[in-house]
Design a binder for this molecule. Structure first.
Ligand code: ADP
Ligand code: MG
Length: 698
């Protein structure tokens, strides 16, 4: 029998395959490109392409594609076959180094936010050799970056790779000051935990709102929701288990380190976590994981919902981005060390993250801003829209002691003399001690919890990497020019704690009082919605920082603002139109039909016996009738609000109008419809209810 060990990575052109199929000099040269970013020469590329093609064909592949991540948030591919006609009327299978390195998809229909006018359709994709090629179906997929011809990034991978490079550069500067001359490279690592809902295909097909928008736009609360909390970590139902089993196999073949699955808090909600890898590979793998999940689900008659808030009144789905930085020597820079020397270094990197998160709260909020995620952030289950850091009581106490120069009141009372004392041991994983913090330290990594379940993790990591790179740059500038390294270092750590401690909060992030304290006393930002936060992407301090590190050009930032805001507007407008349509053509007629039949029944009863009061029928018909009137009125108001958006050119203005009017009207229309649902006979209701959806998978 084949074991996992036999097939793990069998569809990946990974290091093992490269080593065994490439000539030694080609392999060495490719490794240099992968490890050190050295440019690849065309002869090497040709040799790699030939080996890749032979390997892919031996695995049944007939096509190849440059696989990239445009600003739509999903992945894109255009398939070309390997075949080239031969003079004898047959074909030969060809794939050149040129085709490996560069592609030219017709890029005109991908969003570019004005970067590339549609008539200038040409964009190109460029191979990212740091992420292995893999086979999907019959296609060899080559991970690539996607740029316009004048070099602007049109995708999410390019800025991500740039942000990793920025972090590498600044972290190396700091490490040199600590005497680490042997370290060649510093990388950020991520393990993204993915939450999702699973419903049956049959239920999915019968819910037009889910089919069109990914979430329920209507639906009254089921008699049983998540209040019993009996789903969390409960045993997995056979059908779900079968799905997970096949999913694991498919992911393992692709070299994706799927590690844990469990049930989440809401019924029908689950989570999958991989073992962490470098940020760009984790990003590629997360995109691929979502795609494969949907494919495998469909084989099991299931559908995966990645929407951040598919069901009102139930927990939504997020993605926990576990982030750390480590050297090529394997040292995790966010891990408290064994010696005083290591600990000062740890404290400095910790301070860099604290400063970064405080200085760039807005960018972190922006990096997770979508219409879907707005339903989640700030609701009573996900981190609030206010960004803060959880450090745990012990580490916080250490920092306070350092700042004030007072004894540290830990297990033993000690003065913390930087560079002399060993830090006390912190509990390794305090994840469960605080699940309400947006940015939690969990022993040797940070967990950024604000990401929505459908988000690409690229955006969040671009912002984390860049803002930490910026903090390290400021530190390195000061330390490199210091006359006395030790004392400057000491001052720097103390000052950073003093200036940025407002961002540290170990309490309950769901608490209303916290939001008050955060905004009123501490001056932290609270951008509740996407239209609130997005414009700040173009704030001077943010543009300066991101361009300084070469992560984005100013033009790219403007285009991202346009794309993200437009995406927000389009998403809500589609939802609103879908609501209007369903309310008008399905819900109102159903309620009306039921009311008419109830009235008919009452009339029939009265015909039998005029003395019958028919109070039940009369009251019900009155209520239903007033509800259909309300539905009609709200449909009208919402349609008018949507019409008013047509003439608005500026996306920012449009977004604000949607936030201020459209969303409220959608809420009101839903309320009327949901109330009608509770009064209408089930046999008249046009689609499955929440209970049907949530308990459909057995
Ligand atoms: P939980 O948060 O559920 O307690 P873990 O903390 O073990 O579980 O891991 C959650 C995720 O964090 C996993 O994807 C894991 O691979 C990842 N992770 C663990 N260590 C690191 C690290 N040093 N850097 C980045 N991610 C990590
Ligand atoms: Mg976790």
């Amino acid at each position: 029998m084949q074991t996992v060990k036999d097939y793990f990575g069998s569809l990946v052109f990974d290091d093992r395959v490269m080593k065994s199929t490439l000539p030694a000099d080609v392999y060495a040269s490719l490794r240099k490109t992968i490890d050190e970013g050295k440019e690849l020469d065309l002869n090497v590329a040709n040799a790699v392409a030939a080996a890749m093609k032979d390997w892919a064909i031996s695995k049944g592949a007939t096509h190849f594609t440059h696989w990239f991540q445009p600003m739509t948030g999903i992945t894109a591919e255009k398939h070309d076959s390997f075949i080239t006609p031969s003079p004898d009327g047959g074909v030969i299978m060809e794939f050149s180094g040129k085709e490996l390195i560069k592609g030219e998809p017709d890029a005109s229909s991908f969003p570019s936010g004005g970067l590339r006018a549609t008539f200038e359709a040409r964009g190109y994709t460029a191979w990212d050799p740091t992420s292995y090629a893999f086979i999907k179906g019959k296609t060899l997929c080559i991970p690539t970056a996607f740029c316009s011809y004048d070099g602007h990034a049109l995708d999410k991978k390019t800025p991500l790779l740039r942000s990793m490079e920025a972090l590498n550069k600044q972290a190396l500067r700091v490490l040199r000051l600590f005497g680490h001359d042997d370290v060649k490279c510093v990388r950020s690592y991520v393990g993204p935990e993915q939450e999702y809902f699973l419903i049956t295909k049959e239920m999915y097909d019968r819910r037009p709102d889910i089919r069109i928008t990914g979430r329920t736009l209507f639906g009254s609360k089921p008699p049983k929701g998540q209040e019993m909390e009996d789903h969390y970590f409960a045993s997995i139902k056979p059908r779900v288990a079968a799905f997970m089993e096949e999913l694991n196999e498919e992911l393992w073949k692709l070299g994706i380190l799927a590690k844990t699955e469990h049930n989440e808090v809401a019924p029908a909600q689950h989570e999958l976590a991989p073992i962490y890898s470098t940020t760009n590979i984790a990003t590629d793998h997360n995109q691929l994981t979502m795609e494969i999940m949907q494919k495998v689900a469909s084989k099991h008659g299931l559908v995966v919902l990645f929407h951040e808030k598919p069901f009102a009144g139930l927990n939504g789905s997020g993605k926990h981005n576990n982030w750390s930085i480590a050297t090529d020597k394997g040292q995790n820079l966010l891990s408290p060390g064994e010696t005083p020397h290591e600990n000062v270094q740890f404290l400095l990197f910790l301070c860099a993250v604290i400063k970064a998160v405080d200085d760039y709260q807005d960018l972190l909020r922006i990096s997770v801003a979508t219409a879907g995620n707005d339903h989640r952030l700030g609701a009573n289950e996900a981190p609030p829209a206010v960004v803060s850091i959880f450090l745990g009581d012990e580490l916080t106490a250490v920092l306070e002691a350092i700042e004030s120069g007072t004894p540290y009141q830990g297990r033993e009372k000690t003065y913390m003399k930087l560079g002399v004392d060993v830090l006390p041991k912190f509990p390794r994983d305090n994840t469960d001690r605080n699940r309400t913090s947006p940015f939690a330290f969990t022993g040797n990594k940070f967990e950024f919890r604000m990401l929505g379940s459908s988000n690409s993790i690229a955006c969040a990591n671009i912002m984390i990497n860049s803002s930490v790179a910026e903090a390290l740059r400021v530190f390195a500038d000061r330390l490199e020019s210091a006359e006395n390294f030790e004392s400057t270092l000491h001052d720097l750590i103390r000052e950073t704690i003093r200036n940025h401690k407002r961002i540290i909060f170990n309490g309950n992030g769901y608490d209303e009082n916290w939001i008050k304290e955060a905004t009123e006393k501490r001056g932290l930002l609270n951008y509740r919605t996407t239209p609130d936060c997005l414009p700040h992407l173009l704030d001077k301090k943010n543009v300066e920082m991101l361009t300084r590190h070469g992560v984005y050009t100013e033009a790219e930032l403007k285009s991202r603002y346009e794309i993200m805001m437009e995406n927000y507007c389009k998403t809500v407008i589609i939802e609103a139109n879908t609501m209007v349509d369903i309310a008008k053509t399905q819900i109102a007629p159903a309620v009306e039909a039921y009311a008419a039949d109830v009235a008919k029944a009452a009339a029939a009863k009265k015909a039998l016996d005029t003395a019958l009061a028919c109070t039940f029928e009369t009251n019900l018909v009155r209520k239903l009738s007033s509800l259909t009137d309300r539905i009609d009125a709200k449909v009208e108001e919402l349609s008018n609000a949507l019409l008013a958006l047509y003439n608005v050119e500026d996306v920012g203005e449009k977004g604000a109008m949607i936030r201020d009017t459209v969303l409220n009207l959608m809420g009101e229309l839903r309320l009327a419809c949901d109330e009608a649902e509770t009064l209408t006979s089930r046999s008249y209701w046009p689609f499955p209810t929440y209970a049907d959806l949530l308990f459909s998978v057995r």
